[in-house]
Design a protein around this ligand. Sequence first.
Ligand code: ADP
Ligand code: MG
Length: 697
Amino acid sequence: MSRLRATDIKFLKGVGPKRGELLTKELGIATCHDLLCHFPSHYVDRTSIYSISSFTGDMPMVQVKGCFVNFTLQGEGAKTRLVGLFSDGERTMEVVWFRRIREIKGAYQPGRQYVLFGKPSEFNGHWSMVHPEVDSVSSAAAATGLRGVYPLTEKLRQRGVTSRTLFQYEQNLLTAFGGYITETLPTELVERLRLMPKRLAYETIHTPRNNDELQKARFRLKFEELYYLQLNILRYSRSRAYSVQGMKFPVVGRFFHAFYEQCLPFELTGAQKRVIKEIRADMLTGRQMNRLLQGDVGSGKTLVALLCMLIAVDNGAQACLMAPTEILATQHYDTIRSMAAQVGVNVKLLTGSTPKREREAIHGALVDGSLHILIGTHAVIEDNVVFRNLGFVVIDEQHRFGVAQRARLWKKNLVPPHVLVMTATPIPRTLAMTVYGDLDVSVIDELPPGRKPVNTILRYSDKRLDVYRFIAGELAKGRQVYIVYPLIKENEKVDMRSLEEGYEQVKEVFRNYKVAYVHGQLKPAEKDYQMSLFVSHQAHILVATTVIEVGVNVPNASVMVIENAERFGLSQLHQLRGRVGRGADQSYCVLMSKPQLSKDTRKRLEIMTSTTDGFLVAEADLKLRGPGDIEGTLQSGTALDMKIANLATDGRIVQLARDEAERTLEADPGLRQPRHAPLVAEMKALFAKAIDWSMIS
Ligand code: ADP
Ligand code: MG
C-alpha cells in the first residue's frame, strides 16, 4: 500500500502533470492511493440496451445502440452547440454537445455503429441526450455488468474529465499497481469474518461483475474503514487511560452532604443517581475521567454537575464549568451560586465582559485557592487564568467546543482534571461511538417526575389567527410565550417570515402585553437587557431567532411558536421545544409551516408531533439527513472523512468494527505483535494528520 501512497497521481498512465494537478485541486486526489479510494457514488446497469421508443422521463443513465445520421452546428458564439441526429434504426433522438465540439465532431463518423450511454430527456415530444458517453460497439461489448459512476466536479467536466475517464484511470491503476495492494488486516480476522481479500475488493468496487460481489466488496471496505477508525480511537483512549495519572477523590464530605441534605429541594431521579455513581467510580480509580453526559433538555444535568463539583471541592480541589454563551454561563452562575452559597461554597462568574477589577480579584482567588467553583465562557481557558488545584471540569453543550479547547483545560493542572462533557443533543449510539469514541458515556434517560410532555402541534400559516387566539388564551392565564423566526430581516429571495416583520405584527395583535426581542445581531448588553425583561416576567412575549436555542430557562413560559418550522432541522426544533415544558403547567409547541410540504419535510415535522423523546428524534434525524450534517454541527475535531462507510446506515458495521477493535486490543494492547505490524503501518498512514491524543493529554 505504501507504494500507492508514494506515487504521485501524475505518474499514472494517461494522467500526466496537468490532469494530475486538476485532480488534486478538484477531488483531492494527489496520489495513486487517493485515486484507488475514490469510489463510485452509484452504479448503472450496462447489461441492457434500450430503444428510444421505450424511453421515459424518469430513467437513470441508459444505453442505446445505433448510428449518427448527421452532425449540425447550431447557435452562435458562446452558445454554439453540436447536435448529432442519432437513430437506433427505429426512431431518432438528438445528441447535444456544448463543449469540445471540434474534437467530438472529428471523432465519430455517421453511419458507423456506436453505443451511447447517458440520461434521456424529453422536450416537445423529442428525446435528447446531453454529453453522453460514446463507445464503439466492440469496446461497449466489453463494458458489461455494473458500471460505476464517479463523483466529479463541474470544472472537471468542463475540462473533459468524465466518469468514464476516471473509470479508465482506475483500470490503469489496477493493472499497473494491483500487485501493491497488500492485505493489512490480520489474517485471522479476514478468515473469521469471511472478508473479501483486499485486492479483490478494490478490483470489484471499481469493476463489479454483479451485485452480489459488489456488496461483499463494499462490506469489506466499509468494515475496514470503520475498524481502523475504532482501533485508533480506542488505542489512544486506552493508552491515555493507562498512562495518564488522574486525581483521586476518595472523600464525599461536608459540602456534598450539607448540600444534599439541606438544600436539595427534590429527590434526585434514578437516572441522576446512577450517573453520579458512575462519575464517583471514575473519581476513585486514579485515572483521568473523560466522560460524556447525555441527557435531554430539562433532564437535570446541571444538578448532577454541581454535585460532582462539590465532591471535588470536598477533596480540596477546584472546579470549573464552561458554557458556550454568556447568557448560558450567567444562568448557570445564578442557579449554582444561589444553591452553593447556602453551604459556604465560593462561586464566581468569569466572562468576556467581567470588569478588570473583578477579573483580577478572581485570578487572585483562583491562585490562593479561596475560590472553589469558577463558571464562565471561553474566558476561563485563557492562559492567564491559573488555578491552584483544578480537579474537575464541566463543559456544557460540548458541540460548540472543539477538542483543542478541551485539551487546553487539561493542561491547567499538573495532573489533568477530570472532564465531564454535557450535551443535550442526543446522539445515536453508533454515531457517539465514533464522534465521541474517546469518551465514556453516561445517559440521563429519565425526566424529573411531574413533567408533562410538551404538546406539539403542526399548523399551516393560513391558520395564524387561530394560533394568535390560542396565544392570547395562554397569556390571559399568566403564561409567557416564545415566537421564533428563521430570519432577522426580510429577504426578497426567500419566502420566510422575518423577526422584524413578526415583531411589528405581534406588537400590534397583543397590544396589552409587552414584547421583547433577541437576535444574534444585537449588542450583548441589549441582548441581555431584552432577555432579562422576559426572564423577570416584565415582558410576556419573546420574539427571537435561534439564539435562544441553548440554555434559556423560564419555567413560566408555556408556548413555543416556531415560524417556518419546515426550515429547521429536527435537532434544532427539538432544542427549541426544550425551552418550554420546564414548569408544572401543560406546555405547547406550535410548528407553523407553509401548507405545501415535500414528503421528507412532512415526515420531519410529523416526528416532532409524534414524540418528545430526544433520542428518537435524533435517530430519525440521522436517518433523514445523513450523518454529514450532524458531524458538522458537532465539530468534534475528530477526522471523520469517511470514504465509503455511512454512519447513518451502517450502524451494524460500526458495532462490529468496534467489537473487533476491542478484541484486537484485548489480545495485544500495544499492537506490538509481529502479526499486527501491517495494521500499525496502515494506521500510521491513515491517521498521520489526525490529532495525537497521547500528546495532548
Ligand atoms: P438540563 O441542563 O439537563 O437541560 P437542568 O439541569 O437545567 O436541565 O434542569 C431543568 C430543571 O429541572 C431545573 O429547574 C432543575 O432545578 C429541575 N430538576 C433537576 N433535577 C430535578 C429532580 N430530580 N426533580 C425535580 N426537578 C429537577
Ligand atoms: Mg442545561
